[in-house]
Design a protein around this ligand. Structure first.
Ligand code: ATP
Length: 259
């Protein structure tokens, strides 16, 4: 049994005047604890696919199974980390990270301690929990967003360009932190990114998507020597440039086909 099974997904957006086929014939499986990235040109359907996997959007055809069952939106099975942190500005950091637990009626002293400990583990201590989001830097706010995501202990994490609004140095540091945390908690994650380096540095496999309609064009297995390193170490490893070149070449040829 696969942890996540994406089976023959096909999706067309219909409007009164037109029909756009966003995804065609998408099938793959993801194992528990695996980290995969979706990489591809703009408009290849990455966001549509994430929405379908999280059951926020019903596909025209096909099915999604998480541990052999359809995904339930009510059970907090999926956690999100997005480009914007979406923290409530008028709520303290503590209130923000406990919100998911509160809404799902699972807030008790045990889950609260768990969330507050996660905050410390992310290096956010010294009274940060009593502060408001505007008092924190962009990188700190994304760390809070990660805590809020992990606090409800989701089975599957969706990371939709979570680092793209950050400066380069913060982004590299946060990639390391997220990667290390997800490995420690043995979390399964799907990352959407436009950054080839980030995809290689964080993933076990990189799915390259093509456009019109969106399909999985090619799957790149990241070599074993890079797998147990931190994203920062991966970027500096001698095996990294060859993987980068291979994906770059394939992406270029896809873009040429679209011109
Ligand atoms: N609500 C919608 N109605 C009609 N067409 C849509 C809708 N949402 C997306 N599309 C179309 O479906 C295709 C895939 O869009 P999607 O946003 O999933 O791509 P993406 O890979 O996430 O793009 P980007 O990298 O630019 O964020 C595009 O051609 C887009 O124009």
């Amino acid at each position: 049994m696969s942890f996540l099974k994406v089976h023959e997904i096909h999706h067309t957006y219909f409007t009164k005047a037109s029909a756009t086929t966003a995804l065609s014939n998408i099938s793959f499986t993801v194992e528990e604890g695996e980290f995969i990235s979706l990489l591809g040109p703009s408009g290849c359907g990455k966001t549509t696919l994430l929405s379908i996997i999280s059951s926020l959007l019903k596909p025209t055809e096909g099915s999604i199974l998480l541990e052999n069952k359809p995904v339930s939106t009510s059970k907090n099975e999926i956690g999100y980390m997005l480009q914007q942190d979406y923290l409530f500005p008028w709520k303290t950091i503590e209130e923000n990270i406990l919100l998911g637990l509160k809404l799902s009626k699972r807030l008790n002293s045990k889950t609260k301690t768990y969330a507050l400990n996660l905050l410390k583990q992310m290096g956010l201590n010294g009274g940060v929990e009593k502060q408001l989001p505007k008092q924190l830097s962009g990188g700190m706010r994304q760390r809070v967003a990660l805590v809020r995501t992990l606090a409800t202990e989701p089975k599957l994490l969706m990371l939709d360009e979570p680092f793209s609004a950050l400066d380069y140095q913060t982004k590299l540091k946060l990639e390391d932190l997220v990667s290390q945390t997800l490995k420690e908690f043995h979390k399964t994650a799907i990352l959407v990114t436009h950054d080839i380096g980030e995809a290689i540095a964080m993933s076990d496999r990189v799915f390259l998507m093509s456009t019109r309609p969106g399909t999985i064009h090619k799957i790149f297995e990241i070599p074993d020597v890079l797998r147990n390193l931190s994203p920062f170490e991966v970027r500096n490893h001698e095996a990294y440039p060859a993987v980068f070149q291979a994906i770059w070449k394939e992406l270029e040829s896809l873009e040429q086909q679209n011109e």
